[in-house]
Write a protein that binds this ligand. Structure first.
Ligand SMILES: CC(C)(COP(=O)(O)OP(=O)(O)OC[C@H]1O[C@@H](n2cnc3c(N)ncnc32)[C@H](O)[C@@H]1OP(=O)(O)O)[C@@H](O)C(=O)NCCC(=O)NCCS
Length: 170
């Protein structure tokens, strides 16, 4: 368990897939900037069992144990990328900011990596604010081919990265 002041990050268990299926099949969970997943609990459980060890998802829990979202990391080439979402009723309370901060610290402490990144749709101001608040620097803007294929739209993404963990305080 990774502990913060407002939230804890608990590694996902297979049993969590029931709740995760509820979340990811609800269009409000990923919001308007991420394509809707529509995955069944069985598919998610299968995915959980075959997940490579370098990919990890955590349930974001409040201090009372209520589950309010998920955050994960996965390798993209030589860097690690993060993804995250919070249920609509718990947004705007700083929970994602703390979860991302914990994840950045955890990755720099536990892995031999020099860079962590995330990318957001250019219109996704809430996500960009989260990344700015944890001091990830706005890096570049690019057209995301994946989003274009899925949504049929040209989607401009903004990449955020932190090049080095050396100067962080732990
Ligand atoms: C992005 C997301 C995870 C943020 O979660 P959260 O817990 O609400 O984030 P926080 O409360 O830590 O911070 C959000 C910040 O964005 C601000 N914000 C939210 N919506 C905003 C908007 N439309 N315009 C400007 N600022 C906005 C909040 O005020 C807050 O900033 P503040 O602390 O300076 O007031 C959440 O909105 C979400 O789950 N969205 C759907 C999934 C998603 O887009 N994931 C990211 C993929 S890259």
């Amino acid at each position: 368990m990774l502990e913060g002041k407002v939230v804890n990050l608990r590694i996902e268990e297979k049993e969590d897939m029931r709740l995760v299926a509820e979340w990811v099949n609800n269009p409000d969970y990923f919001g308007e900037y991420i394509p809707l997943m529509q995955q069944s609990r069985t598919e998610l459980e299968k995915g959980y069992e075959t997940m490579p060890p370098e990919v990890r998802w955590f349930i974001i829990e409040k201090k009372d144990g209520s589950k309010i979202g998920s955050i994960g990391h996965f390798p993209v080439g030589k860097v690690f990328e993060m993804g995250y979402a919070i249920i609509p009723s718990e947004r705007g309370k700083g929970c994602c900011t703390e979860a991302v901060k914990i994840m950045v610290d955890y990755l720099f402490l536990s892995k031999d990596i020099g860079r962590i990144q995330a990318h957001t749709d250019i219109r996704n101001v809430a996500s960009q604010k989260v990344l700015e608040k944890v001091d990830l620097r706005r890096k570049e803007q690019f057209v995301s081919p994946r989003s274009s294929e899925e949504s049929g739209e040209i989607c401009v993404s903004t990449a955020f990265s932190e090049k080095s963990g050396k100067n962080r305080r732990y």
